[in-house]
Each structure stands twice: as structure tokens, then as C-alpha cells.
Design a protein around this ligand. Structure first.
Ligand SMILES: Cc1cc2nc3c(=O)[nH]c(=O)nc-3n(C[C@H](O)[C@H](O)[C@H](O)COP(=O)(O)O)c2cc1C
Length: 351
């Protein structure tokens, strides 16, 4: 199983969608970082931006810090975080028992592990991401210390481009129209990382875009990840795709444009890192679907009556920010910009 990520700043997540709780262990967080549960809970509140289209699940996302923090500061030991599930409803999946949901991970889990968790997919559920959000909140606090900031927004949902607030409402109406008919929709999320100093990352197998891509593509339902100009680079020419260099106001080397998305040779240029993520439509839908019953070994029509996220694109943004923060903090520690063991003003043991 692959539930851990990172080299020096390493996380392990655990827990299932319909179990009592989910959580994570962060190993490698330097001592001296101010941290309490309100930091984490405010990050977790970002998982429910729009309950009508995002998630009908009424989770409070209460979080507890079980280890690694004393008197409001990290102490350099593993940080253990737990987030309780308070609105799991496994019974709503009873009608789908032994029936493989098209588009979900039921069949592949069965093929790999010999069983499948019919109650929402266990760790293949979007709910698994709550532990990533908690870990990401810690990484973001560290990243902010060196001026690295993360933002994201849906730029397309249900086939509608979103430039402003009005577009969001139009897209939302389109999502709800399909949801009423029992169907789901997908979208595109734009992720921007600002304040990255130049020279962070590594060549060959340690390329920053490879590590970012791996982390972002590990989010359930993400089908593609574009950096900078992305797919459009295939149709560009060198003369139009290359970003020219110039000296900035402080004499530092900068690129005039940023079509490379802030990354060259797997290392940051110092410009914004720009990424787009393709979010596929929610697989579990109420429209009847052709599938098979594993026990009866017969074709069946699946008629699911439970809850599903009409469009989880708005939820992907904060999760993508968290994943990017986890990757970048690991690289910032490896490059020496963040300290591996203690922050300068820390007083471990006597905060
Ligand atoms: C925040 C979030 C919420 C999700 N909500 C649902 C959902 O309600 N129902 C569902 O079938 N899939 C949902 N998904 C998508 C599945 O997790 C994903 O499609 C599944 O794990 C299969 O993995 P794959 O699509 O990456 O192959 C969600 C994903 C995320 C990130």
C-alpha cells in the first residue's frame, strides 16, 4: 500500500470514508512551529465551500492533535492528527452491495485486494482527502514562513467557463440541472503557487513538476495535470513558447512571460508555478448504469439512491493546494531554505 509521501517532510495518512475517523502522521516537521487545532479546523472548513453541489455529507470536521505539539508549538516529534467522521451513512450503500460502481475503484480494488468496500470506497473515497487537508495546513504554515503562498479556483465546471462570480452561478445552475436528473459533472481547477524562490527542485528523477504531478494526480478523480501553457505547448513553436529572460528591478534574472509555469528543468524559476487540473465527473450517480453483480455473476442495472457530490471541482482546489504545499515544503527543506530540525526562534521543551 502507498499511504506515505515525502522524503524529509513525510506524511502517512490513514482511515476510511465510513470508519470512525481519518487522520495522518507528519514526520519531519521542524520544532518551534506555532500550531493548534484551530489552524487545522479552519483549513478543514475549506472542504465544504458549497454544500449543495460539493458534498451533501454534514461533517463537522473536528480535529485533534494527538502528538508532536506542546504548549502550542511543534516539538520535532511525529505529529499525529485525527479527524472524526460524524456523518458516515454506510447503510445508504446497501443497495449497491456486491455491485461494481462504473467509474469508481470498486472493480480495481477487487482485482488487487480481493475485496471492495461497498460503503463509499473506503480509501478510494473523496473523504480520504480530509487527512491531506490537515497535513497540508501544517505544510502551508511552514511554506508561508519563506513567503510561499497557494491559491486555487475552479475555472470551468459542467462545461461552463468561470471568469467571475456570475459565471460561477451559471455553472452552478448547470450542475444542479444535471444533479436533479441524477447525473454528475466535472471541471477544471487552476492552482497558483506564488513567492517560490528560484532554484528549488532537482533535475532528472527529482523534478519538481514530477513530484507535484505525482501528488496532484493522486487526488481521486484527477485525470490530467497541466503546467504553464500545458497541452497548448504541443501546438506552439519554440519562438512563441520560450519565455525570454531580462533583468528585474533588483538586477535579478526573470522571465518576461511565464508559459513554462514557473518550472524549467524540474527547478523553480522564481515566477508563479501555474497548474491546471482536470476533474472527472463524480462516478456514483443516480442514473441507472449497466454493471455486474459480483456474487451472482450476472449483469445488473445499478440503481443507486444514496448521496453523491454533484460536482466536487470546488473541493479539489484546497486539496490541490495542500498537496502542493506538502511537496514544496519537502523540497524547501531538502534545498536548505527551511531547516530540517528546528526553527530559529524555537525553544523545544520549554515553549
Ligand atoms: C473531494 C472529492 C470528492 C469526491 N466525491 C465523490 C462522490 O461523492 N462520489 C464518487 O463516486 N466519487 C467521488 N470522488 C471521486 C472518487 O474518489 C474517484 O473517482 C475514485 O477514487 C476513483 O479514482 P480515479 O477517478 O482517480 O480513478 C470524489 C473525489 C474527491 C477528490
Amino acid at each position: 500500500m502507498t499511504n506515505s509521501m515525502g522524503t524529509l517532510f513525510r506524511i502517512t495518512t490513514w482511515g476510511e470514508s465510513h470508519g470512525p475517523a481519518l487522520g495522518c502522521v507528519i514526520d519531519g516537521c521542524p520544532a518551534g512551529l506555532p500550531l493548534d487545532r484551530t489552524d487545522l479546523e479552519s483549513a478543514l472548513q475549506r472542504d465544504v465551500p458549497d454544500r449543495l453541489i460539493g458534498t451533501p455529507r454534514g461533517e463537522m470536521n473536528r480535529c485533534e492533535i494527538l502528538s508532536g505539539v506542546f504548549a502550542g508549538r511543534t516539538i520535532g516529534t511525529p505529529i499525529s492528527l485525527i479527524v472524526w467522521n460524524n456523518d458516515a451513512r454506510p447503510a445508504s450503500y446497501d443497495s449497491a452491495r456486491d455491485t461494481l460502481r462504473p467509474g469508481h475503484a470498486d472493480f480495481t480494488w477487487l482485482a488487487r485486494f480481493g475485496h471492495t468496500d461497498y460503503r463509499g470506497g473506503a480509501r478510494a473515497s473523496g473523504r480520504e482527502c480530509i487527512a491531506r487537508l490537515a497535513a497540508g495546513a501544517v505544510a502551508m504554515k511552514l511554506a508561508e514562513m519563506v513567503g510561499v503562498r497557494f491559491s486555487s479556483r475552479p475555472i470551468e465546471m459542467a462545461g461552463k467557463t468561470i471568469a467571475g462570480e456570475d459565471d460561477y452561478e451559471l455553472a452552478r445552475a448547470e450542475i444542479l440541472k444535471h444533479a436533479e436528473a441524477g447525473d454528475s459533472t466535472g471541471g477544471i481547477v487552476a492552482l497558483t503557487i506564488r513567492g517560490m524562490p528560484p532554484g528549488i527542485g532537482a533535475p532528472v528523477f527529482g523534478k519538481l513538476q514530477a513530484d507535484l504531478g505525482r501528488a496532484l494526480l493522486s487526488i481521486g478523480g484527477i485525470k490530467a495535470c497541466e503546467f504553464g501553457e500545458g497541452l497548448a505547448a504541443a501546438r506552439a513553436r519554440g519562438s512563441t513558447h520560450n519565455d525570454p529572460f531580462h533583468f528585474g528591478s533588483d538586477g535579478q534574472i526573470e522571465t518576461t512571460t511565464n508559459l513554462c509555469g514557473g518550472l524549467l528543468g524540474g527547478i523553480s524559476t522564481g515566477q508563479d508555478i501555474t497548474i491546471r487540473l482536470v476533474v472527472k465527473p463524480t462516478p456514483t450517480i443516480r442514473i441507472p448504469q449497466q454493471t455486474v453483480h459480483v456474487g451472482q455473476k450476472e449483469p445488473v442495472t445499478m440503481r443507486y439512491e444514496g448521496r453523491f457530490d454533484a460536482n466536487y471541482t470546488p473541493r479539489v482546489g484546497p486539496i490541490a493546494e495542500a498537496m502542493a504545499a506538502l511537496v514544496l515544503v519537502d523540497h524547501l527543506i531538502m534545498s536548505g531554505l527551511l531547516p530540517p530540525t528546528r526553527l530559529r526562534d524555537s525553544a523545544p521543551g520549554s515553549p
